[in-house]
Write a protein that binds this ligand. Structure first.
Ligand SMILES: NC(=O)c1ccc[n+]([C@@H]2O[C@H](COP(=O)([O-])OP(=O)(O)OC[C@H]3O[C@@H](n4cnc5c(N)ncnc54)[C@H](O)[C@@H]3O)[C@@H](O)[C@H]2O)c1
Length: 259
């Protein structure tokens, strides 16, 4: 019979055995789980399993076997070359500081498309991935803090591509309740605005989301800066205060003609 003193040792041994046996399969599971989640979302979107498998293989070539810091925006060139956007370029909606509202807004209509509504944006939203030098695996945990270079490089690249693809009359939803609605160091300011191309892009309208209309918030200094950048690019600029309640109402009712 085991004495009371021997129990902790047996417990420790059991834990060690479980860790040793489970660790390799848990790592394999991360790859399998990631691939299954990618394919499920892709097939939801395209209804084409074969093309989704091909897209997954191209996507994995961007980062698998590389250390995280070696994954750059250019690592995704092949992915974007082989998975071009197909949405109408004049329906592009940009946002900054308004993610929740803008994504709920575009989900309910087909007259505005945000990057998260494109195939790659939709599939990779809320996903995490990285690999390691020489590895064949995808890891979804312990990739980096707060996110991996592989993930960050992807979102920077898709933002640039989305902005380069945009055409005609564009809209951006900004937060009119912050001191600087057009905020430097954001993907919108750094990765999208610089890539708007005239004459491909004709105008940019800021939808300035406010709690209450004042008629003055479009005069904000940061928006004057955005207006000047557009002027320098020969792109028309407009700004409109729209209440959050109005947009919520459009989401609720599915109103197409919201602004
Ligand atoms: N998951 C996605 O869909 C996704 C991811 C990355 C980039 N993008 C693209 O980039 C744009 C959004 O990225 P972003 O970086 O501009 O927005 P964001 O809202 O993600 O902002 C990035 C950071 O800047 C801060 N910030 C944003 N606006 C601010 C303000 N006015 N004042 C103070 N802090 C502010 C936020 O709190 C956040 O920490 C979109 O137009 C989209 O096309 C989309």
């Amino acid at each position: 019979m085991a004495s009371k003193n021997s129990l902790p040792i047996r417990g420790t041994l059991t834990v060690m055995v479980i860790v040793v046996v489970l660790a390799p399969s848990a790592l394999l599971d991360q790859t399998a789980e990631f691939e299954a989640a990618f394919l499920k979302k892709c097939v939801d979107y395209t209804r084409d399993k074969n093309s989704c498998k091909a897209t997954l293989a191209i996507f994995e070539r961007a980062y698998v076997g590389k250390k995280d810091s070696a994954v750059t925006k250019d690592s995704y060139n092949e992915l974007f070359d082989k998975t071009p956007f197909t949405h109408p370029c004049g329906k592009s909606l940009f946002w900054s500081g308004t993610y929740q509202l803008a994504s709920r807004f575009t989900q309910k209509r087909d007259n505005f498309i945000a990057v998260g509504d494109t195939l790659l944006g939709y599939v990779l939203t809320r996903m995490t991935w990285c690999s390691k030098e020489g590895s064949k695996e995808t890891f979804t945990t312990d990739c980096g803090d707060p996110w991996t270079v592989a993930v960050g490089s992807f979102w920077l690249k898709i933002s640039i591509k989305f902005a380069q693809y945009a055409c005609d009359d564009l809209h951006v939803m900004l937060d009119g309740e912050t001191p600087q609605p057009f905020f430097p160091d954001t993907a919108f300011a750094e990765e999208e605005v610089p890539y708007f191309q005239s004459p491909r892009v004709k105008s940019l309208t800021v939808i300035l989301v406010v709690n209450q209309k004042t008629g003055t918030k479009c005069n904000n200094e940061s928006l004057k800066n955005l207006s000047n950048i557009m002027k320098g690019k020969n792109i028309r600029y407009a700004c409109e205060e729209v209440t959050k309640a109005h947009i919520e109402n459009c989401i609720k009712r599915g109103t197409k003609d919201c602004f």
